[in-house]
Design a protein around this ligand. Structure first.
Ligand SMILES: [Zn+2]
Length: 192
Protein backbone atom coordinates (compact mmCIF):
# COMPACT_ATOMS: atom_id res chain seq x y z
CA UNK A 1 0.00 0.00 0.00
CA UNK A 2 1.44 3.43 -0.90
CA UNK A 3 2.30 5.38 2.27
CA UNK A 4 -0.17 8.25 1.67
CA UNK A 5 -2.94 5.69 1.04
CA UNK A 6 -2.01 3.97 4.29
CA UNK A 7 -2.55 7.32 6.01
CA UNK A 8 -6.13 7.66 4.69
CA UNK A 9 -9.14 7.21 6.97
CA UNK A 10 -10.47 3.61 7.00
CA UNK A 11 -13.95 2.20 6.75
CA UNK A 12 -15.29 -0.32 9.24
CA UNK A 13 -13.54 -3.19 7.44
CA UNK A 14 -10.19 -1.41 7.41
CA UNK A 15 -10.21 -0.35 3.76
CA UNK A 16 -8.59 3.02 3.05
CA UNK A 17 -11.11 5.57 1.79
CA UNK A 18 -10.16 7.56 -1.34
CA UNK A 19 -9.94 11.34 -1.16
CA UNK A 20 -12.94 11.90 -3.46
CA UNK A 21 -15.27 9.48 -1.66
CA UNK A 22 -18.21 11.09 0.18
CA UNK A 23 -19.13 10.07 3.71
CA UNK A 24 -22.56 9.62 5.24
CA UNK A 25 -21.87 9.80 8.94
CA UNK A 26 -19.09 7.27 9.48
CA UNK A 27 -19.93 5.32 6.30
CA UNK A 28 -17.88 6.06 3.16
CA UNK A 29 -19.93 5.84 -0.04
CA UNK A 30 -17.39 4.12 -2.26
CA UNK A 31 -19.56 4.10 -5.37
CA UNK A 32 -19.92 7.86 -5.41
CA UNK A 33 -17.74 10.85 -6.15
CA UNK A 34 -18.06 13.84 -3.85
CA UNK A 35 -18.38 17.16 -5.68
CA UNK A 36 -16.54 19.35 -3.17
CA UNK A 37 -13.79 16.82 -2.52
CA UNK A 38 -13.27 16.28 -6.24
CA UNK A 39 -13.22 20.03 -6.91
CA UNK A 40 -10.66 20.50 -4.15
CA UNK A 41 -8.41 17.80 -5.65
CA UNK A 42 -8.73 19.34 -9.11
CA UNK A 43 -7.97 22.90 -8.00
CA UNK A 44 -4.99 21.94 -5.84
CA UNK A 45 -3.60 19.17 -8.10
CA UNK A 46 -4.19 16.56 -5.41
CA UNK A 47 -4.34 12.83 -6.06
CA UNK A 48 -7.97 11.63 -6.10
CA UNK A 49 -6.95 8.55 -4.11
CA UNK A 50 -4.53 9.80 -1.43
CA UNK A 51 -5.28 13.56 -1.35
CA UNK A 52 -1.60 14.60 -1.60
CA UNK A 53 0.08 16.73 -4.24
CA UNK A 54 0.83 15.25 -7.65
CA UNK A 55 4.21 16.49 -8.89
CA UNK A 56 4.40 18.28 -12.18
CA UNK A 57 4.46 15.80 -15.04
CA UNK A 58 2.35 12.80 -15.96
CA UNK A 59 -0.72 11.67 -14.02
CA UNK A 60 -2.47 8.30 -13.97
CA UNK A 61 -5.97 6.94 -13.89
CA UNK A 62 -7.73 3.60 -14.15
CA UNK A 63 -9.78 3.12 -17.31
CA UNK A 64 -12.42 0.50 -18.00
CA UNK A 65 -12.68 -2.07 -20.75
CA UNK A 66 -13.92 0.17 -23.55
CA UNK A 67 -11.31 2.87 -23.14
CA UNK A 68 -8.56 0.32 -22.55
CA UNK A 69 -9.42 -1.36 -25.84
CA UNK A 70 -9.49 1.97 -27.67
CA UNK A 71 -6.12 3.04 -26.26
CA UNK A 72 -4.52 -0.34 -26.94
CA UNK A 73 -5.86 -0.29 -30.50
CA UNK A 74 -4.55 3.20 -31.16
CA UNK A 75 -1.11 2.41 -29.75
CA UNK A 76 -0.88 -0.84 -31.72
CA UNK A 77 -1.76 1.06 -34.90
CA UNK A 78 0.78 3.78 -34.14
CA UNK A 79 -1.95 6.38 -33.82
CA UNK A 80 -2.21 9.01 -31.13
CA UNK A 81 -5.08 8.30 -28.78
CA UNK A 82 -7.37 11.21 -28.12
CA UNK A 83 -10.59 11.04 -26.17
CA UNK A 84 -12.12 14.41 -25.54
CA UNK A 85 -15.12 13.02 -23.68
CA UNK A 86 -14.93 14.30 -20.10
CA UNK A 87 -14.98 11.95 -17.14
CA UNK A 88 -15.82 12.43 -13.48
CA UNK A 89 -12.78 10.42 -12.46
CA UNK A 90 -9.82 12.52 -11.44
CA UNK A 91 -6.15 11.64 -11.80
CA UNK A 92 -3.73 10.26 -9.26
CA UNK A 93 -0.22 9.08 -8.56
CA UNK A 94 1.07 6.05 -10.44
CA UNK A 95 1.39 3.98 -7.26
CA UNK A 96 -2.06 5.03 -6.04
CA UNK A 97 -3.72 4.09 -9.32
CA UNK A 98 -1.88 0.76 -9.54
CA UNK A 99 -3.08 0.08 -6.01
CA UNK A 100 -6.62 1.28 -6.70
CA UNK A 101 -6.87 -0.83 -9.83
CA UNK A 102 -6.34 -3.93 -7.73
CA UNK A 103 -8.50 -3.17 -4.70
CA UNK A 104 -11.28 -0.82 -5.84
CA UNK A 105 -14.05 -2.45 -7.88
CA UNK A 106 -15.61 0.92 -8.68
CA UNK A 107 -12.46 2.39 -10.20
CA UNK A 108 -11.78 -0.76 -12.16
CA UNK A 109 -15.02 -0.89 -14.04
CA UNK A 110 -15.98 0.94 -17.21
CA UNK A 111 -16.80 4.57 -16.66
CA UNK A 112 -19.94 4.32 -18.75
CA UNK A 113 -21.55 2.05 -16.19
CA UNK A 114 -21.24 4.66 -13.50
CA UNK A 115 -23.11 7.19 -15.60
CA UNK A 116 -22.14 10.82 -15.81
CA UNK A 117 -23.93 11.92 -12.67
CA UNK A 118 -21.97 10.25 -9.91
CA UNK A 119 -24.13 11.87 -7.24
CA UNK A 120 -26.86 9.39 -8.08
CA UNK A 121 -26.76 6.26 -5.95
CA UNK A 122 -25.16 3.32 -7.64
CA UNK A 123 -27.74 0.61 -8.24
CA UNK A 124 -25.19 -2.17 -8.61
CA UNK A 125 -24.28 -4.09 -5.54
CA UNK A 126 -20.64 -4.60 -4.76
CA UNK A 127 -21.09 -8.30 -5.41
CA UNK A 128 -22.34 -7.69 -8.94
CA UNK A 129 -19.60 -5.15 -9.59
CA UNK A 130 -16.86 -7.52 -8.53
CA UNK A 131 -18.31 -10.23 -10.74
CA UNK A 132 -18.47 -7.90 -13.73
CA UNK A 133 -14.93 -6.68 -13.27
CA UNK A 134 -13.28 -10.04 -13.01
CA UNK A 135 -13.43 -10.92 -16.67
CA UNK A 136 -13.15 -7.40 -18.03
CA UNK A 137 -10.08 -5.74 -19.41
CA UNK A 138 -9.15 -2.39 -17.99
CA UNK A 139 -5.89 -0.49 -17.72
CA UNK A 140 -3.82 1.85 -15.61
CA UNK A 141 -2.95 4.66 -18.00
CA UNK A 142 -0.44 7.49 -17.68
CA UNK A 143 -1.26 10.79 -19.39
CA UNK A 144 1.08 13.67 -20.09
CA UNK A 145 -1.45 16.20 -18.92
CA UNK A 146 -5.06 16.80 -17.93
CA UNK A 147 -7.62 19.56 -17.89
CA UNK A 148 -10.52 20.06 -15.55
CA UNK A 149 -13.68 22.12 -15.29
CA UNK A 150 -15.66 22.75 -12.13
CA UNK A 151 -19.26 23.39 -13.19
CA UNK A 152 -22.19 24.18 -10.91
CA UNK A 153 -22.92 20.51 -10.45
CA UNK A 154 -19.93 18.48 -11.63
CA UNK A 155 -16.16 18.30 -11.74
CA UNK A 156 -15.09 17.08 -15.16
CA UNK A 157 -11.67 15.88 -16.25
CA UNK A 158 -10.13 15.37 -19.66
CA UNK A 159 -6.88 13.53 -20.21
CA UNK A 160 -4.32 14.25 -22.91
CA UNK A 161 -1.53 12.22 -24.53
CA UNK A 162 -1.03 8.67 -23.31
CA UNK A 163 2.49 8.13 -21.95
CA UNK A 164 2.01 4.72 -20.33
CA UNK A 165 -0.45 1.90 -20.92
CA UNK A 166 -0.69 -1.00 -18.45
CA UNK A 167 -3.68 -3.21 -19.33
CA UNK A 168 -5.03 -5.83 -16.96
CA UNK A 169 -7.58 -8.60 -16.97
CA UNK A 170 -7.13 -9.85 -13.43
CA UNK A 171 -7.37 -8.04 -10.12
CA UNK A 172 -3.74 -8.62 -9.15
CA UNK A 173 -2.16 -7.94 -12.54
CA UNK A 174 -0.22 -4.91 -11.34
CA UNK A 175 1.14 -6.30 -8.09
CA UNK A 176 4.73 -6.62 -9.32
CA UNK A 177 4.61 -3.18 -10.94
CA UNK A 178 3.26 -1.64 -7.73
CA UNK A 179 5.95 -3.33 -5.64
CA UNK A 180 8.61 -1.96 -8.00
CA UNK A 181 7.04 1.50 -7.88
CA UNK A 182 6.98 1.54 -4.08
CA UNK A 183 10.59 0.34 -4.02
CA UNK A 184 11.57 3.25 -6.23
CA UNK A 185 12.17 1.15 -9.34
CA UNK A 186 8.90 1.91 -11.12
CA UNK A 187 8.31 3.87 -14.27
CA UNK A 188 6.67 6.77 -12.53
CA UNK A 189 6.89 9.09 -9.59
CA UNK A 190 6.28 7.65 -6.17
CA UNK A 191 4.21 9.73 -3.76
CA UNK A 192 5.84 10.22 -0.38
ZN1 LIG B 1 -1.86 9.40 -4.49
Amino acid sequence: MPAPVDARPRDGRGYPVPAITPWEGDQPQFALTDYERSANCARQRLCSVCDTLMPRGPVWRVVGAGESEAIGGALAAGRAYRNLAPTLEGPGHRACMLYASMVCPYLARPNARRGLDARQPDDMTEHVVRGAVRGAMGAVVGFADYEFAVTATQVLFRFLDVVEFLPHDTADAHLDELRAELAGRGGGTQPR
